[in-house]
Ligand binder design. Sequence first.
Ligand code: C5P
Length: 400
Amino acid sequence: MLAGKHIILGICGGIAAYKSVYLLRLFVKAGAEVQVVITPAGKEFITPVTLSSLSGKPVISEFFTANTGSWNSHVDLGLWADAMVIAPATASTIGKMANGIADNMLVTTYLSAKAPVFIAPAMDLDMFAHPSTQRNLQLLREYGNHIIEPASGELASHLVGKGRMEEPENILKAVEEFFAQGQDLAGLKIMVTAGPTREKIDPVRYIGNYSSGKMGYAIAEECAVRGAEVTLISGPVSIKARHHRINVVYVESAQEMHDAAVSAFPGCDAAVMCAAVADYAVENYAAHKIKREHDEVPVIRLRKNPDIAAALGAMKRKGQLLVGFALETDNGVANATEKLHRKHLDFIVLNSPNEPGAGFMTDTNRVTIIDRDGASREYELKDKRLVARDIIDVMKEMME
Ligand code: C5P
């Protein structure tokens, strides 16, 4: 289950750190590649030499490697990981993670990680029961992290109660179980188009739109986290794709997006067309910057752009699934249903730019999914990452 998986093992300063050596050994035996990140306090309990010998990689603890001056990139590390496991997680680190206090490499890496995060707390019973620890753990749960509850038993203080780090075998099992269930898109290739397109008017001007790319990037990330290989064809956006299974193809115009999509689609099992593609390109592109004239107003002539979704709909093989979006200001259901059929989509995601918190540029969206049988499912307003999960759940259901 874990063969070839990239795991970050985060170790904090607690007596249970000695058990992390066994946990590291179990991960390595299961075929995982493990990068240890240890807090400065963690090094008081267990030496980096032991950990690097077992993992076969230098242990990371500081932002900079002192003798070379090189920077340890938490961003790259966050991208590299298929999972991050923090064991033991102390009350202090749990508090920092819950509140985004990024004053060490471990918490910084946690904040950069796109992969699922498992947290195995270990502390004295009163610290564990304290309302602030419990509140922080609850926050971490709400952020989507997996808490591996500590067991009850004798603690380092010789007191007996809840706070012992779960045994390494059980932590391994929790991670394995996650991969057994959570990788439901493994082996699938999925293409996503995202963001706006730009149609050049002259060398310094273009026709564009307000699409931020957030919805499409969230869909690409959801697919990658669930095990798919993703080709993300993206117009110009200010956000970055953050998963090692996402291959981004950057394009600018609708024609470029069309060409990239048409060439990638035959190798894909599904495509989600989330881009806000310009319907028209400039026919009379000016090779030199258009100057302000005193009397005349320049005329920009337009020509139709290819409809990428419709082109893929026409190419679609049996077994391939095609998903579109519709952003409608009025007659939403009727317009979306017409597009669904005309473009040979399998289902369409309707959202409205008029609604507060939905559509372009926001972090949230409220969608209705309409399929070819005319069945529709309405969803609440939620974070675009959770909207992406709903959309991909429907896609997976239809592929079965
Ligand atoms: O622009 P329209 O409302 O027709 O877009 C509906 C769907 O078609 C969206 O999924 C959009 O990404 C896709 N589309 C496209 N190429 C176009 C126009 C739209 O792929 N030229």
